[in-house]
Every structure is written in C-alpha cells, then in structure tokens.
Design a protein around this ligand. Structure first.
Ligand code: NDP
Length: 290
C-alpha cells in the first residue's frame, strides 16, 4: 500500500510560511510583492485557475494586478500590455494564463515578458538557466514536484526517473530538474515504443500526459514513487463530472510506495511555486535578502 504525497497539506504550510515572510519583507520594502495574471477569453477551467491564483496571492499578501481580456483581443494589444507591466515597478511577476485563443501566438507573447518577471519560468532565458544549472525562475509545476519530493525526503539521487510527457510546461523542465537532482532520467511520450515496459523501469514515475487513468498497475514497478501531474475532467456514468489524474489511482495505490492524489497533489504545489517565484523576483529586484 502506498503512502500519500499530500501536496495540499504541504502547500498550506508553505503558504503560511510565505505570508509571514511577505509581511516582514513588505515592511522593509515599503510595498508588497505584485503579480499580474493575464487571462484572455472565457475558458472556464482557465478562469477557475486564475481565481485560485488570485485567492492564493491575497492569502499570502501578494498584490494582484490581474487583467482579463475579451477573446478577440489582438496580439499587438497584449504585447503592449506586457511591455507596460515590464515597466511597472509594483509588478514583480507576470503570467499569461494558457491556453490562449487560437489567433494568438503564445510563445511570442511569453517571450515579451521580462525574464526577471517571468513568474512561470517559461521564458527562454529562464529555461536556458535551468539547462545550465544557474539560479533563475523555475517553471512552477516541475518545481512543485521537486519541492514535494524534497519535503518527503525522497531523494532522486541515483534513482531511475521516468517522465511521461515532454511539454515545455511540464515534462522537459521536470526532466532537467530531476537530472540536476542526480536522477537517471528517461523521457517518454506518445511515440515511445512499449510505454508500459519503459514505465515499469521507473523508481520515480511522473506522468504529465493529459489522458485520464492511462497509467495502470502493470506499468508500475512495485514500490515505485508515482507522481501524477495530470488533471483531467471526466463524466462518470452517473453524469457527474470528476477530476482524475493520468494514473488509475485506486488500482495503482496498492503497487506504489508513494503516490500523489488528484486533486490535492501537484495542483496546489504549482500555485505555491508561483507565489514563491513572485516573492523570489521581488527580493531579487529590490535587493532584499529573503
Ligand atoms: P501537453 O498536451 O502539452 O503534453 C502532453 C504530453 O503527453 C506530450 O508530450 C505527449 O506526447 C504526451 N502524451 C500524450 N498522450 C500520450 C500517450 N498516450 N502516451 C504517452 N505520452 C502521451 O500537456 P501538458 O504538459 O501541458 O499537461 C499535461 C497534463 O498535466 C494535463 O493533464 C494538464 O492538465 C496537467 N497539468 C497540471 C498542472 C498542475 O498544476 N497539476 C499544471 C500543468 C499541466 P507528444 O509530445 O508525443 O505529443
């Protein structure tokens, strides 16, 4: 039977610590840290994520400078907004909520964000710093995975980590972070031959796929650590909707040694790392020792 990697409990504790830290820092700096979350369109899932981020900001004392734009907002308009936030001294972090409507070029917009305000750690400069092992803003979801493992003293050193998923948002940066933590890393994806056999070699199996319950017990080495990043909404036979991960939790639970629940695993850790990044930028920009 696995033990739970309780991201929700850790996130609550870390946010409490962060709020104490922010109180002291804001007194020294004369202003609180500030985060601007930009949302375009009416995607209900994105709107819920943005609300969650803004609520978490107010809980720890970070000022929100969020803006919500209609679906037909142009690339040029958004570029201008990002450029003015880059110049705004109250703003330490800027985040563009993804996905964007189809007519917008997300990569070009993310590249407009000043690297020292890149709260999501997706700017090429920050991804480059990660590749080189230099300090910098790290992508929130992978950073949340690493922080959760660290808190449970699950050291990746010498372990074989298999990351399923190679997105720039999760899979690729996470593989680099696991490598930095001295794991031996394999990245699997939709073209991987015999995914089950590859997954079964993992001491640490991380899924960032976006396919409900794709990972079944036959794909998990007995005693493996299983981290499920996936968030998928499914409709039950009763017609009720439910959030599930990429892992068939009930079936894999008896096989793994540690496992994250969905919800309550990596989701809350991602938000916490966003707050952490904003405070980190604030300290760097104002030359404050945290
Ligand atoms: P993407 O769609 O960008 O990437 C999915 C990856 O999974 C791709 O690399 C794809 O391979 C791979 N993949 C898809 N289907 C299969 C398959 N059948 N077998 C093997 N690999 C497969 O998704 P994201 O990385 O953005 O997100 C992944 C999941 O994580 C989603 O459920 C998302 O909602 C969730 N998420 C959760 C967060 C959190 O806070 N918990 C934050 C961010 C995302 P290929 O490259 O070959 O197409």
């Amino acid at each position: 039977m696995a033990d739970l990697l309780d991201g929700k409990a850790l996130a609550t504790r870390l946010q409490l610590e962060l709020s104490e830290q922010v109180k002291t820092l804001a007194m020294r700096a004369g202003r609180p840290p500030g985060l601007a979350v930009l949302m375009v369109g009416d995607n209900p899932a994105s709107a819920a994520y943005v609300r969650g981020k803004e609520t978490a900001c107010s809980r720890v004392g970070i000022a929100s400078y969020g803006k919500h734009f209609p679906t037909d907002t142009s690339q040029a308009e958004l570029k201008q907004v990002i450029q003015s936030l880059n110049q705004d001294d109250r703003v330490d972090g800027i985040l563009v909520q993804l996905p964007l409507p189809d007519h917008l070029d997300a990569v070009a917009l993310l590249n407009q964000i000043a690297p020292d305000k890149d709260a999501d750690g997706l700017h090429p400069t920050n991804l480059g710093r990660l590749v080189r092992g230099e300090p910098g803003l790290r992508s929130c979801t992978p950073a949340g995975v690493m922080r959760l493992l660290a808190d449970y003293q699950l050291d990746p050193k010498g372990q074989h980590a298999v990351v399923i998923g190679r997105s720039i948002l999760v899979g690729k940066p996470l593989a680099l972070m696991l490598l930095e933590a001295n794991a031996t890393v394999t990245i699997a994806h939709s073209r991987t031959a015999d995914l089950a056999a590859v997954a079964r070699t993992a001491d640490i199996l991380v899924t960032a796929i976006g396919q409900p319950k794709l990972v079944t017990p036959d794909m998990v080495k007995p005693g493996a650590i299983v981290v499920d990043v996936g968030i998928n909404r499914i409709t039950q036979t009763t017609g009720k909707s439910q959030l599930v991960g990429d892992v068939d939790f009930e079936a894999v639970y008896p096989v793994a040694s540690w496992i994250t629940p969905v919800p309550g695993g990596i989701g809350p850790m991602t938000v916490t790392m966003l707050l952490h990044n904003t405070v980190w930028s604030y300290c760097q920009r104002l030359n404050l020792a945290p």
